[in-house]
Design a protein around this ligand. Structure first.
Ligand SMILES: Cc1ncc(C[n+]2csc(CCOP(=O)(O)OP(=O)(O)O)c2C)c(N)n1
Length: 328
């Protein structure tokens, strides 16, 4: 990226703050008040990956995410109010309150959704890319998944077909070191994850996922290659999940030897903030202004979502039967 592209860096900063504050609301308010059913998988600590990649895409490109997809959805421009309302199960949620935290989607923004079935979103991404190719568009598909999904057959089937048919998919592995409680060292025969798709001709690139500038640069190059030549790309981002696998996770599996505090020094939000202050891109009052403004935006969206209407009981049958809910 250009050495000092102030506007772009400030966009990165704003987007990272929005994701962080959105999810802190879930963690610090919704969770203790038991305001949602099931669990939420938070993206706290991994924000630089989503921000760097999404800024390298065009609005008409497609994004397919996982159970840990709030950040990707917000970056696509999904309304935070409609996302809070969705998680709370309200009728004004982005999916009418039917999906909750793990099934947010917004076709109008080419956010084809979160998919919590591990590995299964890669074949879907390949299918969407095939459709894009057959319709002679130059749109690309960004397929996010965790390192756990690399061990699924579905990922390998998709990578093989994408390479064989020249499909414009970006396979984007977010290596946060754990699949629920299983550390990557105990699930992967080899730790050079970037080589995992070599036999399909996919040369992976390993990227520091805590450094939004590095993510953006790598994503820009991969998107250009994929778009121009209609070929898949593969990137592995090393990142860290600062919170539990999901909101009910007590994290008892983390060994005492794990340098949690050291990892926390690599908080992507703080790293970007510090680097912008150090190189005089911004001053401290500006960062406070940004934080206050985004906090106010998230507070407002959340307050409105808490007041949002519940779906009427008869809505339980909508979208279930082909005839719209009438008893057969
Ligand atoms: C096919 C399938 N098997 C098992 C699960 C249960 N499960 C939910 S999340 C998860 C771990 C995913 O780890 P990873 O792909 O690394 O993503 P992360 O949660 O770290 O973002 C598993 C095994 C599932 N959702 N789908």
């Amino acid at each position: 990226m250009p050495e000092n592209d102030r506007d772009l860096l400030l966009h990165f900063y704003e987007d990272m703050l929005r994701i962080r504050f959105f999810e802190e609301k879930i963690q610090n308010d919704m969770l203790p008040r038991h305001l949602f059913r099931g669990s939420c998988h938070l993206y706290i600590g991994q924000e630089a990956v989503g921000v760097g990649v999404l800024h390298a895409l065009r609005d008409d490109d497609y994004v397919i995410s996982t159970h840990r997809g709030h950040g990707h959805a917000l970056l696509r421009g999904v309304d935070p109010y409609a996302m809070f309302a969705e998680i709370l199960g309200r009728s004004t949620g982005i999916c009418g309150g039917y999906g909750g935290s793990m099934h947010i989607s917004d076709r109008a923004r080419n956010f084809l959704g979160e998919d919590p079935v591990i590995g299964s979103n890669s074949p879907i991404a390949a299918g969407v890319a095939l459709a894009a190719k057959l319709s002679h568009s130059d749109r690309v598909v960004a397929n996010f998944f965790g390192e756990g999904a690399l061990n699924s057959g579905a990922f390998h089937e998709a990578a093989n077909m994408a390479a064989l048919w020249g499909l414009p998919v970006l396979f984007l592995c977010e290596n946060n070191r754990y699949a629920i409680s299983v550390p990557v060292e105990e699930s992967s025969a080899r730790l050079d994850l970037e080589n995992r798709a070599c036999s399909y001709g996919l040369t992976g690139r390993r990227v520091n996922g805590q450094d939004v500038r590095a993510v953006y640069d790598a994503a820009l190059a991969a998107v250009a290659e994929t778009r121009e030549h209609s070929v898949p790309s593969y990137l592995v981002f090393d990142t860290y999940r600062f919170v539990g696998h999901h909101t009910a996770d007590k994290e008892t599996y983390r060994s005492h030897a794990e340098p949690v505090e050291e990892f926390r020094q690599h908080d992507p939000v703080h790293l970007l903030e510090k680097s912008m202050i150090d190189d005089h891109t911004v001053d401290i009052p500006t960062t406070i202004e940004y934080r206050d403004r985004i906090h106010a935006e998230i507070d407002d969206a959340y307050a409105r979502a808490l007041e949002a209407p519940w779906p009427p009981p008869e809505a339980a049958l909508l979208h279930v039967y082909a005839n719209g809910g009438e008893a057969q």
